[in-house]
Design a protein around this ligand. Structure first.
Ligand code: HEM
Length: 198
């Protein structure tokens, strides 16, 4: 079921409250800005935007397995694409804050750093997915849209590697990704059972 159908089934105009939802997605950034400019704190925008992006990515990817488990979740399905696009913008901000701190040799070196290269590749994939996330692209690509957007799985795996490798202690990274991993394995097993007609 497409996002649009899901919202129609829920009897709602897909645009209703979408601006409020964008605002909710922007709240972590607003919080960081408030911390810096009102509370005069020193939040690390670079680290926080990277983490927020990953959390949103995980939430957006949990929607499909949750739908398969519990049946249609129109509210969440309608907003999945927005969550994915917000994850992209936080990743873009993460990259921008990093670029602000480094010089050209650092940037060039980052392409051969094993922990940073997965970040670059993930970012390239997210950029294509974000550009093609509009209704126009959904229509233009037809069934190919879904196939293209399956690339979110390799991109998430690369993000996981990037995050785990840049952290001295990666336990929390495993904890964040665990629900996604468990539900993805469950999905694969479910698919294989169905193929075998069990
Ligand atoms: C575009 C290319 C990217 C570059 C050049 C890059 C760069 C970096 C660097 C240098 C670090 C290490 C920070 C440190 O501990 O000093 C880092 C950490 C991180 N990056 Fe990226 N990154 C990229 C893409 C991404 C993407 C696409 C995501 C998420 C979707 C992401 C999420 C994170 C997270 C969560 C961390 C760990 C933050 C922490 O320490 O908790 N990065 N990144």
């Amino acid at each position: 079921m497409t996002d649009k159908n899901a919202s129609e089934q829920a009897g709602k105009n897909p645009n209703t409250s979408i601006y409020v939802f964008w605002l909710v997605l922007a709240l972590p950034l607003i919080g960081l800005l408030a911390n810096k400019y009102i509370l005069h704190g020193k939040p690390n925008f670079f680290i926080w935007t990277g983490e927020i992006s990953t959390w949103l990515l995980i939430v957006s990817m949990l929607v499909t397995p949750l739908k398969l488990m519990f049946g249609p979740l129109p509210w969440l399905q309608t907003r999945r694409r927005h969550i994915g696009v917000a994850a992209f913008f936080y990743a873009l901000a993460h990259l921008a804050f990093w670029l602000k701190e480094v010089n050209m040799p650092d940037i060039l070196r980052s392409f051969v750093r094993l922990e940073i290269l997965p970040g670059w590749i993930a970012m390239a994939i997210f950029t294509i997915l974000a550009i093609t996330s509009t209704d126009g692209w959904v229509r233009k690509l037809g069934t190919g849209w879904k196939t293209l957007h399956y690339w979110v799985y390799p991109a998430a795996a690369l993000t996981f590697i990037h995050w785990a490798m840049t952290r001295p202690n990666a336990i929390s990274v495993y904890v964040y990704f665990a629900p996604l991993l468990v539900l993805s394995v469950w999905r694969i097993l479910r698919y294989r059972r169905r193929m075998r007609g069990i």
